[in-house]
Design a protein around this ligand. Structure first.
Ligand code: C2E
Ligand code: MG
Ligand code: MG
Length: 402
């Protein structure tokens, strides 16, 4: 693994832009280098291993989309910040290309630069995979055997991110996010092990371990207050015919009512085989579990299929929410998804709320629930309990209940 130092590498044909970015990055505690030469840029990506890349999309003789493809081929873990003087729409489109190529991209930096936006983007990578470049397994190659050992030692746990009601700003519950409490590496994030667990046929065991840890904590601490706990399941785990029974047993064991549990599955899963999903998901609903369609808006849903499937909640993907304040296009998409949810009778939640202005926009648009760094980052169980206590005024009860 590399050291924890942060390194920014910029490619831009405008020397003044390079100097500005280098200066802002250095004052933010980063090492910084810049170049206008593509060969030099790719050499530095290999040799210097930057943690952040600032990429000017339009340079003479160089196509920014080609650069993104090359970076994806190289398997870089760096956070890619796209900059462009050709308008926000082009930069946002390029960022979508980056995401589809599985590159991490905390945001776009429209020209002329705002130093504060650049500083914010440079500190934005936690949601992706902060575990010392563990993201692609380039520095920390995680195998199925490693995961198996972690499962045997019961090292897979959950961290919790609070969710609030947009109108009242009261806590409504938490989303449990898997974390691997690794004895040598520290906390490992799901981007580094979920896919490997699926490939190694370990996802069911892993999902159960995380669910058990979350339900035990939630049942003990918060279930009596009527809050909700959301759990993420990949398609492979949801397709396990034993999961509904296993989840009901856990609810009984830890004194949690099924209606307090929200199972989150991604839009991609739901749409891959809607006929199979219909039967599987209905079984959960019959037992009382709530179902959320996660990361909505980035897949290719058929609205007819969405209406047929028994979801109770739609979670707007954080890529639209995080940019709703600055991008008119994103704001319109968020508004349309909220309105669609209302007309389908679904609860709608927004994830990736990073500032108060975005929360106000969501409230005005009629969004029901919100979560994001502005409200609270994912936290360990004890930290979450303290966070909830501190949020409450003396004498106030969670969710207004005694
Ligand atoms: P997700 O379910 O969409 O979870 C939200 C992710 O966004 C979390 O990343 C969270 O830390 C991050 N996030 C929350 N608020 C913000 C914000 O304001 N800004 C930004 N930039 N990011 C924010 P995390 O914990 O790394 O999880 C990534 C994904 O891994 C999850 O996306 C989910 O799809 C998957 N995952 C997590 N836990 C499990 C699990 O137990 N089982 C399965 N199958 N997948 C899981
Ligand atoms: Mg989720
Ligand atoms: Mg999501």
């Amino acid at each position: 693994m590399t050291s924890n130092e942060k390194r920014v590498l910029t490619i831009d044909d405008d020397g003044a832009a390079c100097r500005t970015i280098d200066l802002v990055a250095r004052t933010a505690g980063f090492e910084a280098r810049s170049t206008s030469d593509a060969t030099e840029f790719f050499r530095l990506v290999e040799d210097w291993q930057p943690t952040h890349l600032v990429l000017d999309l339009v340079m003479p003789g160089l196509d920014g989309v080609d650069v993104l493809h090359r970076l994806a081929e190289m398997g870089t873990d760096a956070q890619v910040i796209v900059t462009s003087g050709h308008g926000q729409r082009v930069a946002e489109a390029a960022r979508r290309v980056a995401r589809e190529l599985s590159l991490a991209s905390p945001g776009i930096l429209p020209k002329p630069f705002s130093a504060s936006l650049l500083r914010r983007l440079l500190h934005e990578d936690e949601g992706v995979s902060p575990c010392a470049n563990a993201g692609s397994g380039r520095f920390l190659a995680i195998t199925a055997a490693d995961i198996n050992s972690g499962l045997e030692r019961r090292e897979f746990v959950a961290h919790y991110q609070p969710k609030i009601d947009c109108a009242t700003e009261r806590i409504v519950g938490f989303e449990a996010l898997a974390r691997w409490d690794h004895p040598e590496v520290g906390v490992v994030f799901p981007d580094s092990f979920i896919r490997q667990a699926e490939d190694g046929d370990l996802i069911n065991a892993l999902s159960e371990q995380v669910a058990e840890s979350a339900l035990a904590w939630f049942g003990r601490t918060f279930a009596p207050h009527g809050l909700e706990l959301a759990l993420n399941f990949s398609g492979r785990a949801v397709s396990d015919p034993g999961l509904a029974d296993a989840m009901s047993s856990l609810c009984t064991r830890y004194g949690v009512c099924e209606t307090q549990i929200v199972l989150e599955v991604t839009e991609t899963y739901a749409m891959a085989d809607p006929t199979a999903a219909l039967a599987l998901l209905t079984r959960f609903r019959i037992r009382g579990f709530q179902l959320a369609i996660d990361d909505f808006g980035i897949g290719y849903s058929s609205l007819a299929q969405l209406a047929r499937l028994p979801f109770s909640e739609l979670k707007v993907d954080r890529s639209f929410v995080a940019s709703a304040r600055t991008s008119e296009e994103s704001r319109k998409i968020v508004a349309a998804l909220i309105s669609l949810s209302h007309s389908l009778g679904l609860r709608v939640a927004a994830e990736g709320v990073e500032d108060g202005e975005t929360l106000a926009i969501l409230r005005d648009l009629g969004c029901h629930h919100a979560q994001g760094y502005f409200i609270g980052r994912p936290m360990g169980p004890e930290e979450t309990r303290i966070w909830v206590e501190n949020k409450l005024a003396p004498g106030q009860a969670i969710n207004g209940r005694p």
